[in-house]
Structures are given as C-alpha cells and as structure tokens.
Design a protein around this ligand. Structure first.
Ligand code: IPM
Ligand code: MN
Length: 356
C-alpha cells in the first residue's frame, strides 16, 4: 500500500525561528515514521534576512505557490534591523489575508508541571481555546492620514467587520465548541458598550447562529472583563470567540497563564484552503543561534498541524510527548531549561518513538 504523503511548506523565518522549526520537523519525522505516513517539506526563504538582501517581503508568486500546500509551518517573522510593520504586513498578514486564513486558533492549556503566575490555579482550571477572527477588524490597513506631519494631522484606522467574515468565524467557533464536547460553552468577547456598530453586528450574528446550536451554551463578556476573568477565574471558559485585535491581546495574556511563550502555539486556519501553524513567541533575536530557545511551542504547532491534516492520533502522541518531557526541564524559559534546544527536541522525538 502506498504511504500517505503530505506536502508541507516550511517558512523558518527569522531569529530563533529556524532553530525551533528544526525541532518541530524532528518530532514530525518521528511521529510519521511511527504512524506510517510521510511528510515532504519544501522550504521558503522569506523573512527579515531575505528582505534585507533582496528588498522582497512575500512576492505574489510565492503566495500562489503556497496555495498548493495543505499546510505551512512557520517559525517566526521579525527582524531588529527592519522597521516595525514592514515584515508583519508584508509577510505575516499577507499570508493570513492572501490565503484567507480566517481563523486564528489559540489553545490556552496549562500542562501538568508547568508554572502559572496565577495563584491557586492548576491544569484543571486553565484549559480553553480562543478563536480569533484573522482577516478583518483593525488589521485590514483601512484608513489613512490627512495633513500628515502638520499640526492639523488626522490619523484614521478603521475596523472592518463584514457579516460574512463575522459569521464564518462565529460558526467555526460553535462547531469547535461542540466538537471539544467539554462544557459546551461559547463566550463572545466584545465591547458592545462602546464599539456600538462593530460589536452590534457581532452580537446579532452570534445570537442568530446560536439558534443552529441549541446544545451549546452561550455567554457574552466585554473584553476588559474577559481579561479580568482570565486571571481570576480561567476555569469559567471553554471557547472564546472574538475579533482580530481583541484576540491578539487576550491570547498574549492566555500565553502567560499557560506558562509563557515557550509553550504557546497557534493555527491560522482556512478550513477550505491552506492553513499555517506557528509558535506564537516571535523571533526572539537576542536568543537566536544560541541553542537556548524552547522548541516546545513549535513542536506543539506541529501537533496542531497534524490534527488539522486529519492525523489526530499522531497529533495526540506529539502533544503527549511534549507533556511527558516537561518534568525533565528546569524551566520553560529560554536559557533556563537546563537543556539545549536540540536536546529538548531529541527528548520529544525519543518519547514519540517510545510506546507512549
Ligand atoms: C500575533 C502577532 C502578530 C499579530 C504581529 C506580529 C503582526 O502579534 O500573531 O499575535 O498582531 O497578529
Ligand atoms: Mn500577538
């Protein structure tokens, strides 16, 4: 029988991106061997270094080429010598928008043995998912300057919310809440008391779509209150759905309560197209090339990718392997793990090969 083969595009990117991606691929190779499928990788060079050399961020032809892959593994985009905004807009957001990855899926899960800054909270309290809309809101770049650089300067940055964009995101969140089958509770995170147009549309859509999911409990909270509850009572959340900007902010808070950037992974998902998986910690230039960065977030991103590709058993083994080696580490922070990046990757690969 022919082995099932998946073609994966790999964008290692900047800073510590390439190092953590190597360890992610190590885990993928180990798990694919164990489960009898194969992965074919094609590397793409885009990132800060490539931009500095060529002046190119992400050319249209690359976007076209990427559309042929079911999934992309992304390291990190961001370079200390490149002005803020260029690489983010030219690469990361161009990928998300150009591939219509309208869901940003960010699980917030505290693993056993990982420290959380929240007093008296443990793994049973911190286990929820944030669904962040990933193609609209304040991120579209809609707006502009008037009389720039003069005392009369005006800067406008608009939040774009389409019925279609909001509805497909909310529907995805309901489906996921049902599939997770835990508390079956979906919380809309908004700001209906101030953003009376955008979140009016969100809340109306949420309530309408809810009628198709009578088995899912619904709840609404303002984003500021959500921040408060995420710290005070994280156990009250199952799935949260929100817009692009609020999702950006609350998932950094989420990453901190689950043990930090060393462990947080996310998926940029187009359920009908090419999805992209990444550790959410960024390029961490000060740790680059030293072999001290924690690769577990990148490895967790590969687990999310496998799950998305339909290899859920393999995904599960990778996640369990990550959890299993955590007690061997002194800390999850860069430089304090008591092991190198490669050694952590080796430990995970070895666990995957064991009978876990
Ligand atoms: C993230 C990042 C990006 C975002 C930046 C790098 C543009 O913070 O993935 O959360 O704001 O979406
Ligand atoms: Mn962010």
């Amino acid at each position: 029988m022919n082995k099932k083969t998946y073609s994966i595009a790999v964008i290692p990117g900047d800073g510590t991106g390439p190092e953590v991606i190597n360890e992610g691929i190590k885990a993928l190779n180990a798990v694919s061997e164990r489960f009898g499928f194969s992965l074919k990788y094609q590397h793409f060079p885009y990132g800060g270094e490539h931009y500095k050399k060529t002046g190119e961020t992400l050319p249209d032809k690359a976007l076209e080429a990427l559309k042929k892959f079911p999934a992309i593994l992304l390291g990190a985009i961001g370079h200390p010598d490149v002005a803020p905004g260029i690489l983010e807009t030219g690469i990361l957001l161009k990928l998300r928008f150009g591939l219509d990855q309208y869901i940003n899926l960010r699980p917030i899960k505290l693993y056993e043995g990982v420290d959380t800054p929240l007093k008296n909270k443990g793994p049973e309290d911190i286990d929820f998912v944030v669904i962040r809309e990933n193609t609209e809101g304040l991120y579209t770049g809609s707006g502009g300057f008037l009389k720039k650089g003069t005392p009369d300067e005006v800067a406008i940055q608009e939040s774009i919310n389409t019925r279609k964009g909001v509805e497909r995101c909310i529907r995805y969140a309901f489906e996921l809440t049902r599939k997770r089958n835990r508390e079956k509770k979906l919380t809309l995170c908004g700001k209906t008391n101030v953003l009376t147009y955008a979140f009016d549309l969100w809340l109306r859509t949420f309530n309408e779509v809810a009628k198709d999911y009578p088995d899912v409990k619904t709840d609404y909270a303002h984003v500021d209150a959500i921040c408060m509850w995420m710290v005070k009572n994280p156990e009250t959340f199952d799935v949260i759905v929100t817009d692009n900007m609020f999702g950006d902010i609350i998932t950094d808070l989420g990453a901190m309560i689950q043990g930090g950037m060393g462990i947080a992974a996310g998926g940029n998902i187009n359920p009908e197209g090419t999805s992209m998986f990444e550790p959410i910690g960024g390029s961490a230039p000060k740790y680059a090339g030293k072999g001290v960065i924690n690769p577990l977030a990148a490895i967790s991103a590969t687990s999310m990718m496998l799950d998305h590709l339909g290899e859920s058993e393999a995904a599960d083994v990778v996640e369990k392997a990550v959890q299993a080696i955590i007690p061997n580490l002194k800390s999850l922070s860069a430089g304090k793990m008591g092991a190198t990046t490669q050694q952590v990757g080796d430990m995970v690969a070895e666990k995957i090969r064991s009978d876990l």
